[in-house]
Design a protein around this ligand. Structure first.
Ligand SMILES: NCc1[nH]cc(CCC(=O)O)c1CC(=O)O
Length: 312
């Protein structure tokens, strides 16, 4: 494999950072790499919530077309933007070691969610974040907030919101960690499946590259995110759903166990309780990781998830 590897990437500052990061890792392994920047529908449509315009696939479709047509060999994605089922002919070849998976509160005036005054306006278009904020602060008013990280921070600075909620990983990658006022623990605000991890997608028939990328995959992150994505898949896997899933390796009686937390809120009725589950299991391979995710989804259904899903 001495040919040049072309990475297809979105052109937001975060996407470019992530693509450059993977480029450097591949170059360390002796590959020649270049980037192909592209704009996706998800980047263009900024006035509506993603859940209303077609979901996460909007960020990956154009990149997959570039792979299909041979204009690129590799697409780098924030794993949380990757749909649970990839189209026929595409695969995730590697998942890199996860960055900080937590959500962060960013504000120019307040140091935490608890400090926000009664009725304060918080910006987010993520139903997952909305239901978890409303569960502890039902008085908070939520206003939509889309666009890339710089756009969202600008909208905060223009004064439209008391605070906004963003993934810590993105802020850290862009050197914007100083904007973080408080990080939510993963119990306070359960992250989205895959949050903080990067997924490397290629064509299923790209065997040589696949073997090279597999060596870069981080097994603990791979298994944890497979469990998280299995919850999402079992629930119908779209971002029109206020679903959180996060798995963490923790010490067990006989070695490490994977502890999976998941939560589902009602998309509109914030007076209804958040359904929550935490399960743990010794997980040695992908099948066991997925089984853990499926078990969490089953447990949420036993708590009445079906009625919540029907409303989404
Ligand atoms: N939904 C957009 C998106 N996709 C990935 C990240 C952050 C980085 C990551 O989670 O890997 C963000 C921004 C955010 O949610 O605040």
């Amino acid at each position: 494999m001495s040919e040049n590897v072309v990475i297809a990437t979105r052109e937001s500052r975060l996407a470019l950072w992530q693509a450059e990061h993977v480029k450097a890792l591949l170059e360390d392994r002796g590959l020649a790499v270049s980037l192909l920047g592209m704009t996706t529908k998800g980047d263009q449509i900024l006035d509506r919530a993603l859940s209303k315009v077609g979901g996460k696939g909007l960020f990956v479709k154009e990149l997959e077309t570039a792979l299909e047509e041979g204009r690129a060999q590799l697409a780098v994605h924030s794993l949380k933007d990757v749909p649970m089922e990839l189209p026929e002919g595409f695969e995730l070849a590697a998942i890199l070691e996860r960055e900080d998976p937590r959500d962060a509160l960013v504000s120019n005036h307040y140091a935490s969610l608890a400090e926000l005054p009664e009725g304060a306006v918080v910006g987010t278009s993520s139903l997952r974040r909305v239901v978890q904020i409303k569960a502890v602060r039902p008085d908070i008013r939520i206003e939509p907030l889309r666009g890339n990280l710089d756009t969202r921070l600008r909208k905060l600075d223009e004064g439209g919101y008391a605070a906004i909620v963003l993934a810590a990983a993105g802020l850290k990658r862009l050197g914007l960690a100083s904007r973080i006022k408080a990080v939510f623990s993963v119990d306070e605000m359960i992250p989205c499946a895959g949050q903080g991890a990067l997924g490397l997608e290629l064509r299923a028939d790209a065997h040589a590259l696949k073997a090279q990328l597999a060596a870069m995959s981080h097994a603990p992150t791979w298994l944890a995110t497979q469990a998280e994505r299995a919850v999402s898949r079992a629930m119908g896997g779209s971002c029109s759903m206020p679903l959180a899933a996060h798995a963490l390796w923790s010490p067990g009686v006989q070695g490490q166990v994977l502890r999976l937390s998941a939560a589902l809120g009602h998309p509109e009725r914030h007076d209804l309780p958040l359904l929550k589950i935490q399960l743990e299991a010794a997980v040695a391979d992908e099948a066991e990781a997925r089984a853990l995710g499926q078990a969490a989804a089953d447990a949420l259904r036993a708590q009445g998830a079906q009625a919540y899903l029907a409303a989404a």
